[in-house]
Design a protein around this ligand. Structure first.
Ligand code: NAD
Length: 484
């Protein structure tokens, strides 16, 4: 919503070149609480002109102090950012919880500490971007490679984990000597604006991190097309990711894409059914189902379906859905009215609802945790990423059938395998087309291990050492040492 200049003066500013500035258009947008639907803040509505200013500031930083900062210096400032994030844990968690609608307990225990952890982890890599010396021929020659920063990285992040996902991009970018232009999702800019303040307090030079708030299409497309940006690190939907890849093609940008998923939670009859059923709700209803790694298809061996549903029901029904800022809350609202409408469309009146949890009445974008069973893998709810608290239980007959169903999707992000047969666990893990799998567990994301998707779930990897490759160029130098 565009507002007048008087409101614009009160709005939170964007961060460009070490200055807090208004949008060049003079326009602002309201940010709402998804739990109350009331305004939380007003932010600037950036545009292509602001992206251009941020890219210029980033290039100046690279040409200036930041470009001369040695790896140890980059590591030190990143360490200070990590420390400041933890010093401001409660404030950042409250911002994230209020803006995204995620339970405060999760923001305190996971989102914010994980964000500090990204900086701490990649600070350790700043002086370890090793090259190689490569034996070349019988000729007297020294052949070596060096890894250089790409330059300006455009980071575009979604609304489901705004702070943590931003740090997955900023931290490896800074460790390897790049500068960043960051675009948060229009709905959730608050925590990364605070992060920019903390980065400045930590001593990050002006222009190294710039934050542009505003409408996704206008700002994001301007970033994908900008000739001064060398790489786009994007997390979001597969549909928008396709557009980013196309927009970046004109200038042959480096592109990494972390996209959608429709991940399978495979439960074999020989598994600990109680354990699998107790863990399943957390694997799909976490963050109100707005999680790219959500195991939103539970594939259960036919003979175990009834036992599994009976064991899962009390866990779903006991989920405490409500005020994200309340300590006891386990699931909050969806992010927006539009998201709730989209999710509700997957649960028509004649849907096979096997288990349904609770949701508050009144304002807020609430939707109850919902288990559909049995569902065929061909149905729309089983094929499309719902991105809400709705899960399909799909029966399978044997190991081959389970693998075929798990892979019968355009996506390939994450998944779980529950079985007591170690050989089966390894065979199935080998056969499932997904970037991140867990066996007898539902975890997906750790700062030190690679994360990313097969097929239309993405290109490239974030986190772990693998991410560093995507923030550097490799230069090969051939040095002839022959005497004249
Ligand atoms: P989205 O694709 O709508 O938006 C992602 C980002 O792109 C936002 O910053 C948005 O403002 C911006 N954007 C929107 N339209 C754009 C355009 N035309 N050009 C350039 N940028 C544009 O995604 P979302 O709704 O914010 O997030 C949900 C999606 O993100 C889901 O599909 C989810 O699976 C995916 N996701 C993936 C991962 C992963 O690591 N694989 C992690 C989290 C979320």
């Amino acid at each position: 919503m565009a507002t007048d200049q008087a409101t614009a003066a009160d709005a939170k500013q964007m961060y460009i070149g070490g200055e807090w500035v208004g949008a060049s258009s003079g326009e602002t947008t309201e940010v709402l609480s998804p739990a109350t639907t009331q305004p939380l803040a007003t932010v600037q509505s950036g545009s292509a002109a602001d992206v251009d200013a941020a890219v210029r500031a980033a290039r100046e930083a690279l040409a200036g102090e930041w470009g001369q900062t040695p790896p140890r210096g980059r590591a030190e400032v990143m360490g200070r950012i990590a420390g400041l994030i933890m010093q401001n844990l409660e404030e950042l968690a409250a911002l994230e919880s209020a803006n995204v609608g995620k339970p405060i307990k999760e923001a305190m225990a996971m989102d914010v500490p994980a964000s500090a952890g990204s900086f701490a982890y990649y600070a350790g890599w700043a002086d370890k971007a090793y090259g190689q010396t490569i034996p070349h021929s019988m000729m007297p020659v020294l052949n070596y490679t060096i890894r250089e920063p790409i330059g300006v990285v455009g980071a575009i992040v979604p609304w489901n984990f705004p702070l943590a996902i931003a740090t997955w991009k900023i931290a490896p970018a800074l460790a390897t000597g790049n500068a960043v232009v960051l675009k948060p999702a229009a709905l959730t800019p608050l925590s990364v604006l605070r992060l920019a303040e903390l980065a400045a307090e930590a001593g990050l030079p002006a222009g190294v991190l710039n934050v542009i708030t505003g409408p996704g299409r206008e700002v994001g497309e301007a970033m994908a097309a900008h000739p001064g940006i060398g790489k786009i690190a994007f997390t979001g939907s597969t549909e928008v990711g396709r557009g980013i890849a196309a927009g970046a093609a004109a200038t042959i940008k480096r592109v990494t894409l972390e996209l959608g998923g429709k991940s399978a939670n495979l439960v074999f009859a020989d598994a600990d059914i109680e354990a699998a059923a107790a863990a399943a709700p957390g694997a799909v209803f976490g963050n109100a189902g707005q999680d790219c790694c959500a195991r939103s298809r539970i594939l259960v061996q036919r003979s175990a379906v009834d036992d599994f549903l009976a064991a899962m029901a009390p866990h779903v029904e006991a989920l405490r859905v409500g005020d994200p800022l309340a300590e006891s809350t386990q699931m909050g609202p969806l992010i927006s009215a539009g998201q709730r409408t989209a999710v509700a469309a997957y649960v028509p009146d004649d849907a096979p609802v096997a288990i349904r949890g609770s949701a508050p009445e009144g304002p807020g974008y609430w939707f109850p945790p919902t288990v559909l069973a049995p569902v065929s893998n061909a149905e729309r709810a089983a094929r499309e990423e719902i991105f809400g608290p709705v899960v399909c239980v799909i029966p399978f007959d044997d190991e081959a059938d389970a693998i075929a169903l798990a892979n019968e999707t355009i996506y390939g992000l994450s998944g779980s395998i529950w079985t007591r047969d170690g050989g089966r666990a390894l065979r199935v893990a080998r056969a499932v087309e997904a970037g991140v799998l867990s066996i007898n567990s539902n975890t997906s994301v750790r700062v030190s291990t690679p994360f990313g998707g097969f097929k239309q779930s993405g290109v490239g990897r974030e986190l772990g050492p693998d991410a560093l490759e995507h923030y550097t160029e490799v230069k090969n130098v051939y040095y002839a040492t022959t005497e004249d």
